[in-house]
Design a protein around this ligand. Structure first.
Ligand code: MGD
Ligand code: MGD
Ligand code: MO
Length: 777
């Protein structure tokens, strides 16, 4: 069955580094996507599978949350290189069987990298690791469910259990999952959002009244100016480059703000067109601001101040006074605050010359319609929420929210992470949502806040929680402070993973551990009522259907919906009157319930059957209605706190390579950044290296520093990284997630959103010791 034998763990002597590329996609991308597909699934299956991605009658790409164009504009192959890798990873013909677990004890799996683990193939049958044993063994589905139900019923309080979700879970499964968890009695529903766009949600809810982006694909196509800030779309949202290319053809200007010169933002060869395959492609960024890490709050304050100054010089010509008067609150306080802005602080925080910011300002003045896009480069810092508030300030000044071609665009990660939140995967659920649950299902859901990701780790670490249940994801590797998190999980009485593929979390286990294998997006889901489809919501609030077409990887696999329903029956008995079995048999019945509980889903079943689905309402976008405390869009005054590090230290960001999907590592190359054959690299500016006496190619340990609360410093060490002299902004460094997660202190989080600050880790470099790289730990 298997194509190409699974790989061994990487050795650092295979690592090669060349110059970074100056453009993205083109023919190499097509070659790469087909190569990955064929290695995992063979030629025919590759062709058949890839042609179904993102088509109206096919499945939603399990890659990113970038929307699909409407029917007319869709390409025959509406996927990208990295979407193709995501599909190949799931549709692989390799299998992890009970014999595999007999051969490999859990203690051995714990030493393997996520790359090795992922390459073993799809999980097939439920397995259990019992107390005292070092092996997973097969277990019946019924026995597995009983085991979980018994553990949950045995807890002193429902708050001693934690229910994690990753963002691939469908709307239907997510809705029933949160219903089960709330009926059981807790709001402990941490999810990957807590580590991802939580900062965006926090800032946007406060300032515009809704935590989602306000633009549609057409707004991108018709904007005059698009700012892409803290985002690497060439790798993480490749189809976004097509939208940017189209915007450019319509006359848009693009400004990139990023400490790294990312190839995809510099130039793009559209692989969907013949000229793009071979030609020179489109120059994307008109201005590239290589900002110092964490300088964005200062950057947007500077742009705000320049607009205010320009307005003062030519009153009535720069700001949108009508919009500000009619729809906004707090303008005077904001303007007064910016009058005090220190240009010296701006220079220090951004590392940019004032002239560079003024050039962007001139583009802003010449643009009526502005969109600001951002991702993890903005959300994973201590001051992320105030930074995103500053983007809102900047846009409000010229009325750039709630009109065509303009708005806020937080670009989501996981393909249904936004939908999961809409469905109630939220540890701090709004009261209106809980009221609706109570009305529809007749039980009183808990009202207190549950644990987010960081609080969940603390609760397990401190023995306040002892059952951990995850629908998808890879908790131990995705979270910060890997050693602390692993120890926390190991303290649990029971850990349960509903998963498609093997990963590090299957080796960071409680006394008893279960793996429940589940269907992926690409697979047919047949239930009592026949073949089912599920639905997802993309980054621009479009809800649409996703139909799996492939035969399931194994006959024992169950759908996430069916796993949740079976479990609910056993955990809850007749404590609530939810017809779990009927819902599991016919997902239309779940959608009927969603329609009655979640605003915007009226006639869900009929509207989702229209080609392309439907768009959820969005007050600011649709009618300039702002559901904030004042009923208006909120200007805010935010303190500019320059991130200063002790002499000799660098600010390290943890990023994705071109060959990974979060903790799923497809391969060991980062083509655009010139790295092949390995991942333990740290990118540092050549001047910083020279100052510290390190040469390109040297091996170093990365040591992070964090106040220990008693006047001293806590240190965390990631051994043996190859230094790569790289044109990143001075004072900054970059290494890959998840290898660098050991360096991120659990307590280093964003204010308000509590997102781990994994893009601003203070580190020093030390010459590496003689030992080899630890692969899996
Ligand atoms: N192929 C692929 N696709 C993916 C993913 C994947 O792993 N692989 N992951 C998915 C998920 S869950 C998410 S959330 C998204 C992530 O998408 P991205 O946010 O693009 O992912 P990162 O690799 O974290 O890149 C962060 C970018 O921000 C820049 N940056 C870092 N710090 C700063 C800063 O302080 N200021 C500014 N202005 N820029 C900064 C970095 O140089 C980098 O370009 O992608 C999604 N899509
Ligand atoms: N240092 C650092 N840490 C980070 C980040 C960073 O930039 N830097 N980024 C953060 C971000 S943005 C995110 S979103 C998180 C991601 O955190 P997670 O979502 O927890 O991690 P993933 O790697 O996406 O999860 C991959 C696993 O999901 C399972 N899976 C895949 N598809 C399915 C499915 O359809 N159903 C089920 N049940 N399981 C499935 C597979 O077993 C696979 O191994 O990581 C965060 N951690
Ligand atoms: Mo994410």
């Amino acid at each position: 069955m298997t194509r190409k034998p699974p790989v061994e763990d990487p050795q650092d002597d295979q690592l090669k580094v060349g110059p970074p590329m100056r453009q993205a996609a083109g023919l190499p991308a097509v070659v790469s996507s087909v190569r990955h597909g064929v290695a995992q699934m063979g030629v025919t299956r590759t062709a058949l599978t890839l042609l179904r991605v993102n088509q109206a009658d096919g499945f939603d790409c399990p890659g990113c949350a970038w929307p699909e164009p409407d029917g007319r504009q869709r390409h025959v192959a509406e996927f990208c290189e990295n979407g193709a890798k995501a599909v190949a990873e799931e549709a692989t013909l390799r299998r992890v069987t009970p014999e595999f677990f007999a051969r490999h004890p859990v203690s051995e799996l714990a030493t393997k990298s996520d790359y090795w683990l992922g390459q073993q193939g799809r999980l097939t049958e439920p397995v259990v690791k019992r107390p005292g044993s070092d092996h997973y063994q097969p277990i019946d589905w019924d026995e597995a469910y009983d085991l979980v139900a018994e553990a949950l019923r045995g807890l002193d309080s429902p708050d001693e259990a934690i229910f994690y979700t990753s963002g691939r879970t469908s709307n239907e499964a997510a809705f029933l999952y949160q219903l089960l968890v709330r009926a059981y009695g807790t709001n402990n529903l941490p999810d990957c959002s807590n580590m991802c766009h939580e900062s965006s949600g926090s800032a946007l809810i406060e300032t515009i009244g809704i935590g989602k982006g306000s633009v549609s694909l057409d707004d991108i196509h018709t904007a005059d100016l698009i700012m892409v800030v803290g985002q690497n779309p060439g790798t993480n949202h490749p189809r976004m480059l097509m939208a940017l290319e189209r915007a450019k053809r319509n006359g848009a200007r693009i400004v990139a703000v990023n400490p790294l010169p990312e190839a995809g933002l510099v130039r793009f060869n559209n692989p969907q067109t013949a000229s793009g395959l071979l030609g020179r492609g489109t120059t994307l960024a008109d201005r590239y601001c290589q900002i110092r890490i964490n300088g964005d709050l200062a950057f947007f304050q500077a742009l705000g101040r320049l607009l205010l100054d320009a307005e003062q010089a030519a009153p009535g010509t720069v700001l949108d006074h009508e919009f500000i008067a009619e729809h906004c609150h707090g303008f005077e306080a904001y303007a007064a605050h910016l009058a005090e802005l220190s240009w010296a602080d701006v220079a220090e925080a951004t590392g940019l010359a004032r002239e560079e910011i003024e050039q962007v300002h001139r583009l802003v003045l010449g643009s009526r319609r502005i969109v600001v896009c951002w991702a993890m480069g903005l959300t994973q810092h201590r001051n992320s929420v105030p930074t995103i508030r500053e983007i809102v300030n900047f846009l409000l000044l010229r009325g750039n929210i709630g009109r065509p071609g303009a708005g806020v665009c937080p670009v989501r990660g996981h393909s249904n992470v936004q939908g999961d939140r809409t469905m109630g995967i939220n540890e701090k659920p709004p009261a209106a949502f809980l009221d609706a649950i109570e009305r529809e299902f007749g039980f009183a859901p808990p009202r207190g806040h549950g644990y987010d990701v960081v609080e969940a780790i603390r609760a397990m670490r401190d023995g306040r929680a002892s059952v951990f249940f995850a629908v998808g994801g890879n908790f131990v590797r995705a979270t910060p402070d890997t050693d602390v998190t692993r120890a926390a999980l190991r303290r649990c009485a029971l850990t349960v993973q509903v998963s498609t593929k093997l990963n590090g979390s299957h080796a960071a286990v409680g006394e008893t551990a279960l793996i429940l294998p589940t269907l992926g997006r690409t697979e047919r889901d047949v239930q009592a009522g026949g073949q089912q489809f599920v639905t997802v919501e993309d980054s621009m609030s479009m809800v649409h259907a996703s139909r799996g077409r492939l035969a399931p990887a194994h006959e024992a696999l169950r759908s996430e919906v069916s796993i949740v329903c079976e479990l609910a029956e056993r955990v809850l008995g007749d404590r609530v009157s939810v017809p779990w079995r009927e819902l599991a048999g016919d997902y239309d019945l779940i959608r009927d319930r969603i329609a009655r509980v979640v605003p915007g889903f009226t006639d869900f079943n009929s509207r989702v059957r229209q080609p392309g689905g439907f768009q959820l309402p969005h007050g600011p976008r649709d009618s300039r209605t702002f559901g904030t405390v004042t009923g208006r869009a909120m200007f805010t005054a935010n303190h500019l706190d320059v991130l200063r590090v002790p002499p000799g230290r660098l600010i390290l960001q943890t990023v994705r390579s071109h060959d990974q999907y979060n903790t799923t590592v497809y391969g060991l190359d980062d083509r655009y950044r010139g790295v092949t054959g390995g991942r333990r690299v740290v990118f540092v500016n050549p001047d910083d290296l020279a100052e510290r006496g390190f040469a390109d190619g040297a091996y170093v340990d990365l040591v992070s520093e964090w106040p220990d609360g008693a006047g001293g410093v806590q240190e965390r060490r990631a051994p043996r990284f190859r230094v790569v002299a790289y044109p990143t902004a001075p004072g900054c460094a970059a290494a890959y997630f998840p290898e660098a997660n050991v360096l991120v202190p659990l307590d280093s989080t964003a204010e308000i959103s509590n997102t781990p600050a994994s893009k601003s880790v203070v580190v020093r470099l030390e010459p590496a010791g003689p030992e080899r790289s630890p692969a899996g730990k």
